[in-house]
Write a protein that binds this ligand. Structure first.
Ligand SMILES: Cc1cc2nc3c(=O)[nH]c(=O)nc-3n(C[C@H](O)[C@H](O)[C@H](O)COP(=O)(O)OP(=O)(O)OC[C@H]3O[C@@H](n4cnc5c(N)ncnc54)[C@H](O)[C@@H]3O)c2cc1C
Length: 472
């Protein structure tokens, strides 16, 4: 069980000291550490795992950013932070916290360019399809197009910058002094040994509470019975400490779900399949939602179907397209993708009722030709009609990560319930409140790494500045 706590008593001993301590070595923590180091601070990262991976490594690694030179290189000239902010607010129906959406959209472009200039990270912009809700091609990725490669490149940058990452270091206690100034952190080692590290500034980059089933059930009961597909070690520690300190906490019911996780293989099947013409049917062979609403809310829609599963149905054109995604190739290798010459074979390969499946496909053809409107509200026109041979994959809905958390100001300082900032406590990524509002449907693709990198960038710079100012 969780043993996270705040101690208002000083530690009995201090084992080591660092100017800036960063808890968690995912994208947020690594970017924060690089930024604090660049500000001249001596930085130590603490990571509970033996080898840092986080949800960052499990992710697709796609980071939305406006007005970057990487976009301009592929001819996207007219994207702006304001346009991106409008897309974010439109997805959350205006329920995102405006100051956070502004901070994220204005910071992320400079952050990606800085990571490239200062640390050699290469970015490509994905322009083979437009992610749902984004009005411009702005999804950036490292060339390998995986979160594991993004994490590996950030780890290499941290190593090159001489930033120590102490692994097997589970932070369990925050020691405060005075008016809730963080003086030190207490670490529990895998063998139970305790250590204390003093700090002048602390960055919470230990993500949200997806790995804490009790907190998920309390704050997001609608997904509590779904699979958690994020990093297990993200057990809500920042939230627990923040609550104990009296921090302002927002949007705990917000989260990123996903309605297309290959089942039982547990491999992400890109939503690009749906955006480009694929459909989802339930075990009765019937469509049940507008697949273009967004993959996050689709988690709940899929889990509401019989058995909590659905089938993605698509054709050879889309099968060829999907092979551009590493996850999809992994799903193929795992045997998750079924192939069928015609509807009869598709029904056999999936166990779906043939008559209903055939009717669904012929109805979709009439929506695709524009002959009749889709009663579920999806615009099928503009994409080719689904044609045999078909492909199918059984999927379920899952919780990927939580979006609610600690409220921060525009320097990424954690704020109290009355809005005043803590002196030396910063947060970013899943530890902070995100930009998706309080509902699953508010998550715009990429909101996760957006706030991991953008808020990590701000938090690291602010923490580094604080300590260098103190030292000068
Ligand atoms: C399958 C999947 C696909 C996704 N795809 C995308 C995508 O393409 N684009 C996007 O924007 N988002 C995506 N996301 C979301 C994205 O992965 C997260 O929003 C992002 O990685 C969060 O980064 P982070 O640094 O805050 O947390 P993490 O990367 O999870 O890092 C947190 C670290 O903190 C450590 N930690 C936790 N508690 C402690 C403690 N007490 N002491 C020490 N260490 C601790 C953990 O071990 C972990 O290493 C995806 C998520 C999943 C699960």
């Amino acid at each position: 069980m969780n043993s996270q706590r705040i101690s208002r008593e000083p530690p009995v001993r201090i084992d080591a000291e660092a100017e800036v301590v960063v808890i968690g070595a995912g994208a947020c923590g690594l970017v924060a550490a690089l930024r604090a180091r660049a500000a001249g601070a001596d930085v130590v990262m603490l990571e509970r795992d033996a080898s840092p991976t986080g949800s960052t490594s499990m992710s697709s690694g796609f980071v939305p950013a406006p007005a970057t030179r990487f976009q301009r290189a592929i001819g996207v000239e007219d994207d702006t932070p304001g346009r991106f902010e409008t897309d974010i607010l439109s997805k959350s129906k205006g329920k995102s916290i405006a100051s956070l959406a502004r901070l994220a959209t204005e910071t992320i472009g400079p952050a990606l360019e800085w990571l490239s200039d200062a640390h050699g990270l290469e970015w490509i912009v994905l322009d083979d399809f437009l992610y749902p809700g984004h009005s411009r091609h702005r999804m950036h990725a490292v060339p390998e197009k995986t979160g594991a490669a993004l994490e590996a490149r950030l780890l290499a940058a941290a190593e090159a910058a001489g930033i120590p990452i102490v692994t097997g270091a589970h932070v369990t206690t925050l020691y405060t002094e005075g008016k809730d100034r963080i003086a030190a952190v207490g670490i529990t080692r895998p063998d139970g040994a305790k250590e204390v590290l003093a700090c002048q500034a602390l960055v919470l980059a230990c993500n949200g509470f997806g790995g804490n089933s009790a907190l998920v059930r309390r704050h997001i009961p609608e997904i509590a019975d779904g699979l958690y597909y994020g990093h297990r070690g993200n057990t809500g520690d920042a939230l627990i400490w923040g609550k104990a300190l009296g921090a302002r906490i927002e949007h705990l019911s917000g989260y990123q779900g996903h309605g297309s996780l290959a089942h039982p293989h547990g491999i992400l099947i890109s939503w690009a399949l749906m955006m480009e013409g694929g459909i989802q049917v339930n075990s009765e062979g019937l469509r049940f939602s507008n697949e273009h609403g967004g993959y996050s809310e689709q988690a709940v829609n899929v889990l509401a179907q019989p058995g909590g599963i659905a089938w993605n149905i698509y054709d050879a054109r889309l099968h060829a397209f999907a092979q551009g995604f590493p996850d999809y190739r992994e799903a193929m290798a795992a045997g998750a993708i079924r192939e069928a010459a015609d509807v009869t074979a598709l029904a056999r390969a999936t166990g779906l009722p043939e008559a209903a499946l055939a009717r669904t496909l012929s109805e979709v053809a009439t929506y695709q030709s524009g002959e009749t409107p889709d009663p579920l509200g999806r615009d099928f026109t503009g994409k080719p009609v689904l044609a045999a041979p078909f492909h199918a994959v059984k999927v379920t809905g899952a919780l990927f990560h939580t979006q609610g958390g600690l409220m921060i100001d525009d320097q990424a300082r954690v704020v109290r319930e009355d809005g005043t900032p803590f002196a030396n406590l910063f947060a970013g990524g899943g530890a902070a409140c995100g930009v998706s509002g309080p509902d699953v449907a508010g998550y715009l693709s990429g909101n996760g790494l957006l706030t991991a990198i953008a808020f990590g960038f701000v938090a690291g710079a602010s923490a580094g500045k604080l300590t260098s100012a103190k030292g000068s």
